[in-house]
Design a protein around this ligand. Structure first.
Ligand code: PBE
Length: 267
C-alpha cells in the first residue's frame, strides 16, 4: 500500500478533537510545516475521535488521529505515533496545576492539596481505562483514591479538613482530564470541600482561572500543547507546577498502517 493511497483512502483527513485543543492546533501547524496542502484536520470531540478510531480498527481501515499520552487507547489498541522530524509537536511534556492568584491566602487548604497533587501516567491511565470499560468516572475515581490511600495522604499532608468550603475546578472533556479532575475532586470532597467541577472549552478553562471565576485546574499541558494559553494568561494565574510527567502529543495511527513518519503523508 503506497502512502499516496493512504491520503486518498482517508480523503486527506486527519481525525481531530475539539478545535480548542492544543493538539489540534499543533496538527494544523504540522499540515503547514510539512507541506501537506491537501490534508485537513477535522474537528469534533475527544469522544467522537475515539469512536472513529475504534470503528476503523474494527475494520482494519486506515485512520490518523490527533493523539496523546496518557490515554487508554494505547492499552486497548496497537498504535504508533508518526515520527515528527520537524518536532512540530514538541517533546515530552508535563501537566501542570494552575490556580487563581491569591488562592493561597484565600483558601490555604485547597491551595495546599492542589499544590501537592501529583501522580504518574500509568495511574492516570488506569482510571481512564476503568471509565472506558464502563465504570462511572465518580466511582472509578473513588476506587482509585481508596486503593492509593498512602499516596493521597501525601497530597493532603499538612492540610486541615474543612467544612463546606467551595472548591471550583474547571476542565475540558478530554479523557485524561476527566480522569485527573475527578480524582482530585474526590480527594477534596473527602477533605470536606464543596466541590464543583465544570466542563468548558480550553480557552475558557484558562480564562476562568485567570479571572478568578474558578479556583483552579489540573489540565495545563506545558511547555508545548498549551504554551500559547499560558503566554496569554501567565500574569493572571499561579503555576503550582507539574502534577504529571511524561505526557506527549502527536499524530497517532494503527500499527498496521504502512507509514512511519508525518513526512510519509506528503507524497
Ligand atoms: N489533549 C489532552 C489536550 C491537553 C490534554 C492533549 C487533548 C490538548 O490537546 O489541548
Amino acid at each position: 500500500e503506497s502512502s499516496a493511497s493512504v491520503g486518498e483512502s482517508l480523503n486527506h483527513e486527519i481525525t481531530g478533537i475539539d478545535s480548542g485543543a492544543g493538539v489540534v492546533k499543533a496538527s494544523e501547524k504540522a499540515v503547514e510545516e510539512y507541506g501537506l496542502e491537501e490534508w485537513e484536520v477535522q474537528t469534533s470531540s475527544g469522544g467522537a475521535m475515539t469512536e472513529e478510531l475504534s470503528n476503523a480498527i474494527e475494520d482494519e481501515e486506515p485512520i490518523i488521529v490527533t493523539g496523546w499520552t496518557p490515554h487508554w487507547k494505547f492499552a486497548k489498541y496497537d498504535l504508533k505515533y508518526l515520527e515528527d522530524p520537524k518536532e512540530v509537536f514538541g517533546g515530552e511534556e508535563k501537566i501542570h496545576t494552575m490556580v487563581k492568584q491569591g488562592l493561597k491566602e484565600e483558601k490555604p487548604n485547597l491551595n495546599k492539596i492542589l499544590d501537592q497533587f501529583s501522580w504518574d501516567a500509568s495511574q492516570m491511565e488506569s482510571v481512564m481505562l476503568k471509565r472506558k470499560d464502563g465504570t462511572p468516572i465518580e466511582e472509578a475515581a473513588k476506587k482509585w483514591v481508596e486503593e492509593n490511600a498512602d499516596q493521597v495522604s501525601e497530597w493532603t499532608k499538612g492540610a486541615e479538613k474543612v467544612d463546606g468550603v467551595e472548591a471550583k475546578l474547571v476542565y475540558v472533556s478530554w479523557d485524561s482530564e476527566i480522569a485527573s479532575t475527578n480524582v482530585i475532586a474526590e480527594v477534596l470532597r473527602q477533605q470536606g470541600f464543596e466541590v464543583e467541577i465544570t466542563q468548558v472549552q480550553n480557552a475558557t478553562m484558562w480564562q476562568a482561572v485567570a479571572e478568578g471565576e474558578a479556583d483552579g485546574m489540573v489540565a495545563a499541558w506545558l511547555p508545548g500543547t498549551h504554551g500559547e494559553n499560558y503566554e496569554n494568561f501567565k500574569d493572571q494565574v499561579t503555576d503550582l507546577g507539574p502534577n504529571l510527567e511524561g505526557a506527549k502529543i502527536g499524530l497517532v495511527v494503527p500499527e498496521y498502517m504502512d507509514i512511519e513518519s508525518i513526512e510519509d503523508l506528503k507524497e
